[in-house]
Write a protein that binds this ligand. Structure first.
Ligand SMILES: Nc1ncnc2c1ncn2[C@@H]1O[C@H](COP(=O)(O)OP(=O)(O)OP(=O)(O)O)[C@@H](O)[C@H]1O
Ligand SMILES: [Mg+2]
Length: 686
């Protein structure tokens, strides 16, 4: 049972799994998992699509219970996680994210209740006290800066400042999911659960999230298929495979190295075992026939059964697929002349996103479509995919153009109640397949099998499948249509690394034309040989390779950050400049002006200045002390973080993690004090 209190002292502060069994219908996802996660650890949870990662999260957050064994998570821990549903609300983006701070929300509700009681009973001194406490609690919970904290998260995830007050349901699906992420980050927590948080992000938001998570002080478990991201934010790796959960000390790359070594050793153990099995089998076969020796043979049968077989390494073998050769390939595939792309809005002027687009797409081109957040990459792709019309100009298609479109919201095209086979049958029917229904079904089953949908899975309702399994199904449906132009909008979201590899291989062998939007650097690099840049309302060729683009993106992000920093620094400088002006000798111009004043006035001015300067001195002294302490704490924190990046014994990790948290708390307090003091100086100067 979760949370049972018969644990040895010390285990109250960690997550423990002991011989845990976890099932989904007939599938056994965990079979005797034993693992500990210490406080403050940053854990990457990895494994193939459908291995059971999201299911394990359901165990962690209590929405699912273990089918056997023991599972504990510290009861007092506050948990934050990204809601999986699409938010539908008129609330502004900022309010929505502030709402993620559940502690604040609870305290606000408490305050409202006490206020009501107080109004009914203004003379009750107990209620008066409660009211005072409620106000203090709210202040302690950071109510005063909740809005700027929320907005920093929203902007960090790539929203523009004019969008902060926009209603949540005015944003597209991907952007709303980003708001869900911001909401989870807003929640003060001891345990943060993130299930593929980078799926809806592009490069610049991804870099921001990495930096944010590196500063997070609690325990974090993150599911991801992005190697570079995992390396940046985790120091422990949990691997699910073959219903086993294994802990590795180290980030993803480290885990891969260790696993490769293990597989090598296992391979040796595996062949040794096979020899032994063969030997026993021979013995059994020989003696079974002879009744007298049957008993002996029986014990050998048992030995054979007992023998723990090394999990077949074959299960890890990567699956592959290919796009069939397109029937014919028109050239040009497509020509766009002087077109505008964007959205029709009922009763309003259409919203133009891209204008003056004139380009041709030729047979065999492999185009990577680049561009920062929300610049119109998906709009361009959707229009070419005939999901929406051009607002102006012409899009002319070549004869026999057959588009295979993988939409960013790829899962939308699936029906949760239907199974993969029903999806294929319906598609075949809609496309007017000439194949007879019965033989058709057999063929479709075979086809699904080649995409790793075997046996029972062809009949499993799509709604219960894992994210990666759904994405794989959409890919399968697309391949079946035999397209000659592939339009892929973020096709790797949800796909595990092996399937991404398989996709890259298939795309490289594809003979038609490819247009690809992706934040997967490795995929873009391996399959595209020219790039379009979508930005500032136009589509242009991008002269350069992906490294140039990454530099461009990082430069852009840096420029924006610098701009923001300068604004902040200017404000800080304005505050700091004031006290200096108090103490500094008056500049000549002021002296001259002062010379015109009468002596009495001058004396008063001088006295006032002296007084303010006296008052400012202790404040400035404290600020200097805080600066010094902040610098020291910052250095210690950097050293600790560097240490935590190394593989360490778990006791040391826990200790360093604790120290890091203390330091972060102290730094937070010091920064707040610094701000308050600066405020005082400012008031003095005024
Ligand atoms: N209600 C259910 N009924 C039957 N099977 C289910 C159900 N829910 C999940 N499964 C199956 O359990 C397995 C584990 O699913 P889970 O979502 O945990 O995988 P995952 O590791 O998160 O995969 P991904 O990387 O694709 O997100 C999958 O094969 C899935 O099809
Ligand atoms: Mg999952």
């Amino acid at each position: 049972m979760a949370g049972r209190d018969n644990r040895p002292y010390g285990s109250y502060f960690m997550i423990t799994l002991k011989n845990v069994i976890l099932r989904r219908s007939a599938k056994v996802l965990l079979d005797g998992a034993t693992v500990t996660i210490n406080p403050g650890e940053k854990v990457g949870l990895v494994g193939r699509n459908g291995a059971g990662k999201s299911t394990l999260f359901a165990l962690f957050n209590g929405s699912l219970h273990e089918d056997g064994g023991d599972f504990y998570v510290p009861k007092q821990w506050r948990m934050a996680q990204v809601a999986q549903d699409m938010p539908e609300t008129e609330e502004s983006a900022t309010d929505f994210v502030v709402g993620g701070d559940t502690r604040l929300a609870e305290l606000r509700a408490t305050l409202a209740a006490i206020e009501a009681a107080y109004e009914a009973n203004p003379d009750d001194s107990d209620i008066g006290m409660e009211l005072a406490h409620a106000y203090t609690d709210l202040a302690d919970a950071g109510e005063h800066d909740a809005v700027p904290r929320a907005q920093a998260l929203i902007l960090g995830l790539g929203f523009k400042s004019h969008e902060l007050d926009g209603p949540v349901n005015s944003f597209s699906g991907g952007w709303r999911m980003r708001l869900q992420l911001a909401r989870a980050l807003m929640c003060p927590s001891d345990l943060l659960l993130l299930d593929e948080p980078t799926n809806h992000l592009d490069l610049d938001a991804l870099v921001w999230l990495e930096a944010w998570l590196q500063k997070y002080a609690g325990t974090m478990i993150v599911i991801s298929h992005d190697r570079e991201f995992l390396d940046a934010v985790t120091d422990v790796t949990l691997h699910i495979a073959n219903a086993q959960l294994t802990r590795y000390g180290g980030n993803y790359s480290k885990f891969e190295d260790m696993r490769a070594l293990q597989m090598e050793q296992q391979q040796v153990a595996f062949s040794k075992q096979q020899d032994k099995i063969a030997h026993l089998q021979k013995f059994i076969d020989r003696f079974k026939a002879k009744a007298s020796k049957a008993k002996q043979a029986q014990s050998r049968v048992k030995a054979l059964e007992r023998m723990e077989r090394v999990a077949p390494l074959l299960a890890e073998a990567d699956f592959t697929f290919e796009f069939k050769e397109p029937g014919n390939i028109p050239n040009p595939m497509l020509s766009i002349s002087n077109a505008s792309f964007g959205y029709e809005i009922e009763g309003e002027e259409p919203k133009t996103i891209l204008r003056g687009v004139s380009r041709s797409v030729l047979a065999g081109q492999r185009i990577g479509i680049l561009g920062a957040n929300g610049q119109g990459k998906s709009t361009l792709v959707k229009t070419i995919a005939r999901e929406m019309g051009a607002l102006a100009g012409q899009v002319t298609e070549g004869k026999g153009l057959n588009i295979g479109y993988f939409a960013q919201q790829e899962l939308d095209v699936l029906r949760p109640q239907d199974n993969p086979l029903e999806h294929m049958v319906r598609m075949a029917r809609e496309l007017g397949s000439a194949v007879k229904e019965s033989t058709g079904e057999q063929a479709l089953r075979g086809f699904l099998g080649s995409f790793n949908f075997s046996g029972d899975m062809v009949k499993q309702p799509v709604g219960t499948m894992s994210g990666g399994e759904k994405a794989r199904l959409v890919l399968a449906m697309m391949v079946w249509q035999r397209p000659n132009l592939l339009l892929l909008d973020e096709p790797t979201n949800h796909l595990d690394l092996a399937t991404r590899e398989a996709l890259a291989v298939a795309l490289n062998e594809f003979e038609g034309t490819l247009m690809l939007v992706s934040h997967d650097r490795a995929l873009l690099r391996s399959v595209c040989d020219e790039f379009w840049l979508v930005g500032r309302g136009v589509v242009a060729d991008f002269d350069g390779d992906l490294d140039d683009y990454q530099r461009y993106l990082l430069d852009e992000a840096k420029r924006l950050r610098e701009e923001a920093k300068i604004a902040v620094r200017d404000a800080a400088a304005a505050i700091a400049a004031e006290p200096v002006a108090i103490a500094a000798p008056a500049p000549a111009a002021i002296e001259a002006a002062a010379a015109n004043k009468n002596p009495q006035q001058r004396k008063q001015d001088a006295q006032g200045r002296q007084q303010r300067s006296d008052q400012a001195k202790p404040i400035k002294r404290e600020i200097a002390q805080i600066d010094e302490r902040l610098a020291a704490a910052g250095t210690e924190r950097a050293a600790l973080e560097a240490r935590l990046a190394q593989p360490l014994p778990s006791a040391e990790i826990a200790e360093a993690g604790k120290r890091l948290k203390t330091l972060n708390d102290e730094i937070g307090r010091l920064e707040e004090r610094w701000l308050a003091l600066s405020d005082q100086l400012e008031t003095l100067a005024a």
